[in-house]
Design a protein around this ligand. Sequence first.
Ligand SMILES: Nc1ncnc2c1ncn2[C@@H]1O[C@H](COP(=O)(O)OP(=O)(O)OP(=O)(O)O)[C@@H](O)[C@H]1O
Ligand SMILES: [Mg+2]
Length: 265
Amino acid sequence: MITISIANAKGGVAKTTTALSLASYLSTHGQRVLLMDIDPQANATKTFLELGIGDVAEPPTMFEVLYQYVMERKKNILPEAIRQVPSNPNLSLVAATLRMEQFKDLIKANVKRPLEVLKELVKPVQKDYDYLIIDCPADLSIYVENAIELADYVLCPSIYDFYGIDGLSLIIPTINEIKGEDFEGYRVLYTLFNPRATKVQEKLRDYADMLEKMEKVFPTRIPVDQGVKNSQADSVDFMADKNYRKSKARLAYEELGAFVLEHWR
Ligand SMILES: Nc1ncnc2c1ncn2[C@@H]1O[C@H](COP(=O)(O)OP(=O)(O)OP(=O)(O)O)[C@@H](O)[C@H]1O
Ligand SMILES: [Mg+2]
């Protein structure tokens, strides 16, 4: 199982949209995909609920899994929380809930290796999936640190603007801190891209240029596309629905998916 964590310290940069799109692409290309939502906001989870997966509050969610592992020392508990998406036999989800928010501090206080909780939890399902995609919250919390620790690859969606690149300048050093300075497996994906808005402050432009020179940036940028919002409003998977076949964002996400299939394995 290859783990791809989707992370940026900045909010609203299309982390969840990217996680959902990549999970959909890989699962419709013959890969067994587990999507893990570790964002207490639970946006990815809510999107799937619309796909008929059950009630948001219905346990077991990631909260119960963490609680049983951290407070009750139980192991092999992740499988119970995995829900298969009815419309897609290759796609499964572990749901998040808001209750995860208050639980962060208890992890650090109760576990010897707090960064390795997710790593331990996924051990029993390693062989059941080809890809684990983790949708992270917009912070540098213990959840994100866990997702980075576990990741084979980290994908960092960002808007090409002041706050987006600033978010990158926080998450990338965190990745290097956890994975080591020589870790090669992270990439920036520019999202919500507007070709007319490419001006950022000089200092951030230097940082963005450096990432570009280090070949850390995907050449494909995900354009702003109303189809993304429309499909989310209609609760349809825009990567699979025929009405969105020509959506520019979908075509760009297909390029990303093809890259992942070829190189991240
Ligand atoms: N390519 C796109 N074109 C237009 N709108 C988009 C695109 N990608 C994402 N969006 C919209 O941008 C908003 C933020 O996207 P998303 O929720 O995926 O970001 P996020 O980084 O996961 O946010 P958060 O930090 O809150 O978890 C959403 O309303 C989404 O519909
Ligand atoms: Mg999100």
